[in-house]
Design a protein around this ligand. Sequence first.
Ligand code: AMP
Length: 523
Amino acid sequence: MTRPRVRPATSRTASIAAITATTDTPRRRTTRSATPRTTGRPPRRTTATDQRRPRHTPPYTPSVPTTPPIKAARGVRDILPAERAAFAVVEHAAREQARGYGYQDVELPIIEPVELIERGVGGDTDVARKELYRLEPHGDPGDPPREIRTRPPRFRGDPGDGDRDSASRLVLRPEATASMVRAYFQGGLNQGPQPVRLSTIGPFFRHDKPQHLRYRQFVQFDVEVIGDDSPAYDAEVIELTWGWLERMGIRHVSLELNSIGDENCRPQYLRALQDYYRPLKDQLDPDCRRRVEENPLRLFDCKEPQCQPLMAAAPRITDHLCGPCAAAFEEVKSLLGAAGLEYRLNPRLVRGLDYYTRTVFEYQHEALGGAQNSLGGGGRYDGLAAALGYPGTPGVGFAGGVDRVAYMLQHEAGTITPPAVAEVLVLPVGDGLDRAASQVGRLVRAVRSTAVDYSSRSLRAKMRAADRTGARWAVIMNADEAERRIVVLHDMVSGDDRHVAWERLAEAVSPSPSAGEGQGGGE
Ligand code: AMP
């Protein structure tokens, strides 16, 4: 048995310097593995390992690009490993939280019929008017091109202009709730025990002006309770989603709460709102001027500075709630109080989608500021099912922005470390070792994630790369050692090296119940 070489190392970098200084150069000197590229010596003798496999294929010659590099579309982005680690934490917390409250996971289509979204979110919302990604109709190949409708519906249920083959008009989904309700009925979930608790995580698309934390493709965590109108479900959804942010340590979040009434009391309130705004029209921006007549509730979505003072003095919906809506709102507040959740009543919170009734809520983060300060929100939508052509069925839900929460996690909590590329890196030194290295990789992979560095770089370069990926061990092998079916196992943390037989390698790096990381197994 070879005695382990114990090498004190103060850091991973010191550890690399040690191994490349002693394992690279001296080991090469005493074995036949030194490569002409790094040492300038005559080529080494062919080994038995080489004879099993041809030496290198002709080297790769990079060709010169003839066009500018193709970049991602505007407003969309890649979630690369560093950020993906934060996403994974956010998504894991979401799944755990949903499971903890008995919500079942579903996966819904990314493309949906345009009517579902237009009738779902409301034809006068920004989402339907400006932000929908409409797909060109696809017919059979060879069909003459058909007209693509450009005019959005003017009122709920308006089919709009153009192509009458509605089944072929599709959009990329901008939100999940309408799809959830459709799936609930289409999949027969309305026939089973009620209510049905569902959750999903996935990408959504809105053609908005791209900004920091406002993307054209983003990820939402969505939960819905469909089939019961008890305000206890409103409170449950809020408690669940508050817990989601809390379990990740996201702080400085405020919960804003409001009720926007229902079809009984809202019309009367909207008239009061119009009476207030009509004499002030010339002080409003053009969009708001239009909203006064067409959809006064949307006036509260406005972010224009000139409209803010008028909004502050506008009549409050909570002063116009009917008896049942007021009672439901009181119940939600009392349940939230009993759950120990603090909230801020915000009579101007209306949310951006038309389908909400009664409770609406939103999580705002003080550090985000501006238009992008919302981490998520939701509310009750008792009129949505009927608007989609299904039997009237109550529901309440939430959509949270995974991109924004992941950003807060990285920039506020700052605790996310991307996982190592692999825990073990196999580093063959010298040519002709691909087959042996992949076999060693296979042996170790049984117990640890393992990657093999097949490149022809020097051991020093390979060790530096291994250090940067955060690997826990390096398994170093040259042709001589491959013949003897041994490797040098290098502990990237302590800097220790020891020879280990291939057969004992898995054992050497396997998690030890008592001591934690790999123990024993020396040759
Ligand atoms: P909404 O469906 O508009 O209620 O949005 C719910 C949450 O999704 C928001 O609070 C944001 O966190 C997130 N979100 C909405 N739109 C975007 C976007 N364009 N880019 C990034 N996140 C978004």
